[in-house]
Design a protein around this ligand. Sequence first.
Ligand SMILES: Nc1ncnc2c1ncn2[C@@H]1O[C@H](COP(=O)(O)OP(=O)(O)OP(=O)(O)O)[C@@H](O)[C@H]1O
Ligand SMILES: [Mg+2]
Length: 242
Amino acid sequence: MRAPLRDLPLVFAGVSLDAGGTKILRDIDLVIRPGAPTLVVGPNGAGKSTLLRLAMGLLAPTCGTVTWGGTSDPAPTRRAMLFQRPVMLRRSAAGNLDYALKHAGVARAARPQRVHDLLERVGLRAMADRPARRLSGGEQQRLALARALARDPQLLLLDEPTANLDPAATRAVEEIVLAAAASGVKVLMASHDLGQVRRLAGEVCFLVAGRLREQAPAEAFFQNPQSRLAQAFLRGDLVMED
Ligand SMILES: Nc1ncnc2c1ncn2[C@@H]1O[C@H](COP(=O)(O)OP(=O)(O)OP(=O)(O)O)[C@@H](O)[C@H]1O
Ligand SMILES: [Mg+2]
């Protein structure tokens, strides 16, 4: 039996993070609930990756608390994280997924079918036996998504997963993300590609210089941004703190 659902809601309460003498995140209050994808947007250095690392439990806040389904135990239960550049094991695409399933506690007998299903889900069935490290960047990112989905996540954290991909590969990844969201996976994803945010987001969190400036439904964020900073960001202007 799988562990009961307990990674949501993800709650940041008064979270600050200092590192190297810098305040990287400041006083973040944020609740992430089940539903359509939440996109974390903001300029370079805003703190998006740091926020995702806290959400995964890879970093601990300096002040405040991060909780998952009411618990502050950061041991991942049903969450998975994807980074900008995936790191694959020196085995085939299928071998990488088999390894992930093994570590997710899936019995050996059940794994071949699960590997097949995951490869199908990300459109890589024909590449099952290819060495994963020889796949193209876009294919590796799709394989990384399959590997994350192997954990049957309730919460999927994606840090600019399409930043190095061409438009077609980007769309392929976005379709997998939307399909995962439609099947009930909560996606929390950093992006500074506004076109992508429009395509994926149900909700937007807008971060500037470590502060959460807006959390709003995507439509409201794009049509009626509340802050001067968000208005400037949407115009493509340089966004500076007040
Ligand atoms: N361990 C650290 N020590 C000192 N400074 C750090 C550390 N980690 C991150 N920073 C700084 O914190 C700020 C936020 O970094 P972060 O990577 O979270 O931003 P980001 O919004 O993901 O940026 P990008 O869009 O470029 O990916 C940056 O100025 C970064 O240099
Ligand atoms: Mg980043």
